[in-house]
Design a protein. Structure first.
Ligand SMILES: O=CC(=O)O
Length: 329
C-alpha cells in the first residue's frame, strides 16, 4: 500500500519523526532559511498531510494549491500564521499542541520574572566585564513577595503562572477577554486592563496574537504603568509595539523588560533594543525543553495520522467547523 505523502517544514524530534516516517512518505524542509514560496507550492501540490512552523503562512492561496490535502498540523500552541477560516472552508482540520507545553512555558515566564527582578543576567555581564574585580557596585534587585503580578491572557499557561506566583507570595490579578469562572481556584482576581496596567509591579503577557491583540501594548499603555514596573512578554512579539517599548525603557516610563518573543523575530544585530541595559531577551524558547518538545512532536504526528485516517484528532482547533471531509469548495 502506498504511504500518504506528508510535507514537513522544519525539524521534528524523535521518536515522533521516526513514527511519521514509518507511516508516511515524508518530504522535509529542514534548512535554516524559510522554504521559498515556489518550492512550498510545488511540494504541497500532491501532499495529503502538511506539518508547518510559524515561518509558513497557511492561507487560501496555499490551500488552493493543495487539492489532496487532508490535514495540517503545527508544533506549537499558537497559530497566528494560519488562516483557520480558510482551513475550515476547505474542510481541512488544523492541529496544534496545547496542554503539553503549559509547565515549560510557565516556568520560562516565571524565570524571566525572577531573572529581571533579581537582575541575574546583569550580574553575569558584571562578572564577564571584570566589573567585580574593579570594585564597581551592582544595582539592587527587588523582592516579589507582596507585589502585584498582572497576567494578560489567562489560559492554561496563565493559570500555571498564577499558581507559581501564589507560591512566591505574590498578589495575582489578570485580564482576559472573558472572565474565568474559577478565579479562586487559580488564585487570581479579574481586573480591567486599565487597572492592571496601573497597579501591577510586574506584567506577564500570555495572550494569543489576533487582530484584537496586535499592538495591544503601545505608548499609552506603557505610560500608564508604574515607573518601577517590569514588563514580560512570552506570547507573540507583535502584541507589543517594539518602538514604544524601547522608548518606555529609555525614558524610565517602566523599569525593565524581559522578552521571549520579539517583533521582528529574529532581531537584527543593530536593533536599538539590543543597546539597552534594562532588558533581557531570550530567543522564543518558551516550550524548549527536551521533554516538552518531544511531547509536542508526538502530539503533532498523532494529529497528522488521525487526520489522514479521518479519525478525530487529539488537538484540533477547527473540529467543530468541519463536518464532511474532502468536499473541497
Ligand atoms: O510559541 C510557541 C507556541 O505557540 O507554542
Amino acid at each position: 500500500m502506498n504511504k500518504p505523502k506528508v510535507v514537513l517544514i522544519g525539524a521534528l524530534m524523535d521518536p515522533a519523526l521516526e513514527k511519521l516516517q514509518n507511516f508516511c512518505s515524508v518530504k522535509q524542509w529542514d534548512e535554516q532559511q524559510s522554504i521559498p514560496q515556489e518550492i512550498l507550492m510545488e511540494w504541497v501540490a500532491d501532499a495529503e498531510g502538511l506539518i508547518v512552523n510559524n515561518s509558513v503562512t497557511v492561507n487560501e492561496e496555499l490551500l488552493q494549491h493543495a487539492p489532496r490535502l487532508k490535514v495540517i498540523a503545527q508544533v506549537s500552541v499558537g497559530y497566528d500564521n494560519v488562516d483557520i477560516e480558510a482551513c475550515s472552508k476547505y474542510k481541512i482540520p488544523f492541529g496544534n499542541t496545547p496542554g503539553v507545553l503549559v509547565d515549560a512555558t510557565a516556568n520560562l515566564a516565571f524565570s524571566l520574572l525572577l531573572c529581571s527582578t533579581r537582575r541575574i543576567h546583569e550580574g553575569w555581564d558584571f562578572i564577564r566585564s571584570n566589573s567585580w574585580a574593579l570594585g564597581h557596585r551592582l544595582a539592587l534587585g527587588t523582592d516579589i513577595a507582596g507585589k502585584t503580578l498582572g497576567i494578560v491572557g489567562m489560559g492554561q499557561i496563565g493559570a500555571a503562572v498564577a499558581q507559581r506566583a501564589n507560591a512566591f507570595g505574590m498578589n495575582v490579578i489578570y485580564y482576559n477577554r472573558n472572565r474565568r469562572q474559577d478565579d479562586e481556584k487559580i488564585g487570581a482576581a479579574y481586573q480591567s486592563f486599565e487597572f492592571l496596567l496601573k497597579e501591577s509591579d510586574a506584567i506577564i503577557v500570555l495572550t494569543p496574537l489576533s487582530q484584537e491583540t496586535r499592538g495591544l501594548f503601545g505608548p499609552a499603555e506603557f505610560r500608564k504603568m508604574k515607573s518601577t514596573a517590569c514588563f514580560i512578554n512570552v506570547s507573540r512579539g507583535s502584541v507589543v509595539d517594539t518602538d514604544a517599548l524601547v522608548e518606555a525603557l529609555q525614558t524610565g516610563e517602566i523599569a525593565y523588560a524581559a522578552l521571549d518573543v520579539t517583533d521582528p523575530e529574529p532581531l537584527a544585530q543593530d536593533h536599538p533594543i539590543l543597546k539597552l541595559s534594562n532588558i533581557l531577551i531570550t530567543p522564543h524558547i518558551g516550550s524548549a525543553t527536551l521533554e516538552t518538545r518531544t511531547a509536542m512532536a508526538q502530539l503533532t504526528v498523532d494529529n497528522i495520522l488521525a487526520g489522514l485516517a479521518d479519525r478525530p484528532m487529539a488537538a484540533c482547533v477547527n473540529a467543530s467547523k468541519i463536518t464532511e471531509k474532502n468536499e473541497k469548495p
